[in-house]
Design a protein around this ligand. Structure first.
Ligand SMILES: Nc1ncnc2c1ncn2[C@@H]1O[C@H](COP(=O)(O)OP(=O)(O)OP(=O)(O)O)[C@@H](O)[C@H]1O
Ligand SMILES: C[C@@](O)(CCOP(=O)(O)O)CC(=O)O
Length: 496
């Protein structure tokens, strides 16, 4: 039986550092999500030498066939003229990854891996796409429980270009799972290398995915979304675009890829510092009405920063300090848990039933719980302060980063018992919110913060708020999967 290779990569939420992360002098706090993209690679049956078929079974008209020629001139991946439209992202991922594989392993080895042709299926968790209309058509309320009733990797019944995305970074997760799965399948990196949080092989996968994503988008962004897909949650400092400038300009593909993309190329100066959300807390995400256009928000903010640089730089500095202190408070909570899990759990349970303003008001609170409660309160205040500064950025640049509708929604959530903080992720706009809530082992007889927020969102009328099921992914970044252990993956990717 032919082997299959399955690699998944998570989505992302930038909880702090929007806009700042575009500048290498600042960092962003990025949380990777349990919602993932999965790429499944099998041999073609019946065999079809040197061809690759890529399928996205969740979409209409989403099958692309390619021919691969490997010769002394190089690698050519040619889209079939019978394809229903092009898929630039997938095409570039195949072209660049196979080219890199030939450089690393030699033509004969890659020709042998392609002797039966490849069938590649790509699917994304339902969270990447808005489930609002599906819930409506099923007559289900907009709750986490309702989402569980939708089959995993369910069909969207539309073309890719028409789907309503939720902003989890589908293209970065897709490119990362596809390029990393190919690297494993073509034996450029061993399967075991994705078992380590950080390794030379994972860094190669990162550099390749960043480059392919930049080529596909036609620009070099900050890359925090690809970094999250590869490494999981972390504090991200961007790389200097110069590292791939020559490759980006090389329209005739004359240059070798490996010298630039190799993990030993010191020009890759991105930094990944460890980060994860505190124990017994949970991130909650919601898709809010229609998505906004990130590139246009970003363009306007950057233009304003250029024109009003003194004012903007002062704001960037203040925000940077706040972003760093939020990350430090959240990391410190992790340490407080490690030092004293019992008092930490008690403190979380205690604040889960109180609004943040009440957290420190109890003079009888056990002494050992006090520093824990105080750190949670600090995180709350800092995240509110960040929102304030992001609104200021929006007002000064004339961009709806946290528009008034979102402010009202967030204020009504952040004031609730057990809610630590929240905001508009990434570039902001109308399309999404995140919250960090306490998630104690049990809240009985009270409702948990999660249940309270969920209920509030499902009844909220000013905006239509639809929750996502994602939690933080604690499995770091891209990982090898076995097809049997991911619910519905076999069915969703079967060749019919
Ligand atoms: N499921 C998929 N299968 C194959 N190709 C896909 C899929 N999803 C996206 N793509 C490709 O990636 C391209 C860009 O995707 P898109 O613009 O949706 O990403 P994005 O803006 O990063 O998403 P997000 O808003 O979630 O951050 C699409 O035009 C398509 O070529
Ligand atoms: C504004 C920016 O900093 C974040 C955009 O994030 P998102 O795609 O809205 O999650 C741009 C970037 O870093 O690519």
């Amino acid at each position: 039986m032919s082997r299959n290779t399955v690699v998944s990569a998570p989505g992302k939420v930038l909880i702090a550092g929007g806009y700042l992360v575009l500048d290498p002098a600042f960092s962003g706090t990025v949380v990777s999500t349990s919602s993932r993209f999965y790429t499944v690679i099998r041999d073609q049956s019946p065999p079809n030498r040197n061809t690759i078929r890529v399928r996205s079974p969740q979409f209409l008209e989403a099958i692309w066939e390619y021919g691969v020629s490997l010769n002394n001139v190089g690698v050519q991946v040619q889209a079939s003229t019978a394809n229903n439209g092009a898929n630039k992202f997938v095409h570039l991922a195949l072209q660049k990854t196979i080219t890199l594989a030939v450089e690393a392993k030699g033509t004969a080895s890659i020709a042998s891996a392609l002797q039966n042709g490849l069938d590649i299926a790509i699917v994304g968790d339902n969270d990447f796409y808005s489930q609002r209309s599906k819930l409506e058509s099923l007559g289900l309320p907009r709750t986490l429980q309702s989402l569980e009733q939708i089959t995993p990797f369910s069909a969207t019944n539309v073309r890719i270009s028409d789907v309503h995305k939720t902003g989890l970074g589908s293209s970065a997760a897709l490119i990362t799972s596809l390029t990393s799965a190919l690297l494993v399948h073509l034996s450029v990196i061993p399967e075991s290398s994705l078992g380590n949080d950080d390794s030379q092989e994972r860094r190669l996968a990162h550099n390749l995915a960043q480059y392919v994503h930049c080529q596909a988008q036609g620009k070099v962004g900050s890359g925090f979304d690809v970094a999250a897909a590869v490494f999981g949650s972390h504090l991200y400092t961007r790389f200097d675009p110069k590292v791939i400038q020559d490759l980006m300009n090389d329209n005739d593909s004359n240059l070798k890829l490996l010298p630039t993309l190799s993990p030993s190329n010191a020009a890759w100066d991105y930094r990944i510092a460890p980060f994860k959300l505190p124990p017994l807390t949970r991130i909650m995400l919601a898709d809010v009405d229609a998505g906004s256009d990130t590139p246009s928000l970003v363009g306007k903010v950057l233009k304003w920063r250029k024109e009003k640089s003194a004012e903007a730089n002062a704001l960037w500095k203040e925000l940077d300090q706040l972003n760093q202190s939020l990350a430090q408070s959240l990391l410190h909570l992790g340490k407080l848990y490690d030092d004293d899990p019992q008092n930490y759990a008690n403190a979380v349970k205690y604040i889960s039933t109180l609004q943040p303003v009440q957290w420190e008001a109890n003079p009888w609170q056990p002494v050992k719980e006090q520093p824990i409660t105080a750190t949670f309160y600090e995180a709350h205040c800092t995240s509110e302060h960040i929102r304030d500064k992001m609104r200021q950025m929006g007002n000064l640049s004339g961009v709806p980063i946290e528009p008034p509708e979102q402010t009202r929604l967030l204020n009504s959530c952040v004031g609730q018992a057990g809610v630590i903080g929240g905001g508009v992720p990434g570039a902001g706009g109308y399309d999404a919110v995140w919250l960090l809530v306490c998630d104690p082992v049990s809240c009985a007889p009270d409702q948990s913060p999660l249940e309270r927020v969920e209920y509030w969102w499902s009844r909220y009328t000013e905006l239509n708020v639809s929750p996502l099921s994602a939690k933080e992914s604690l499995a770091k970044g891209a990982r090898l999967e076995s097809i049997e252990s991911v619910l519905h993956l076999q069915e969703a990717t079967a060749v019919h």
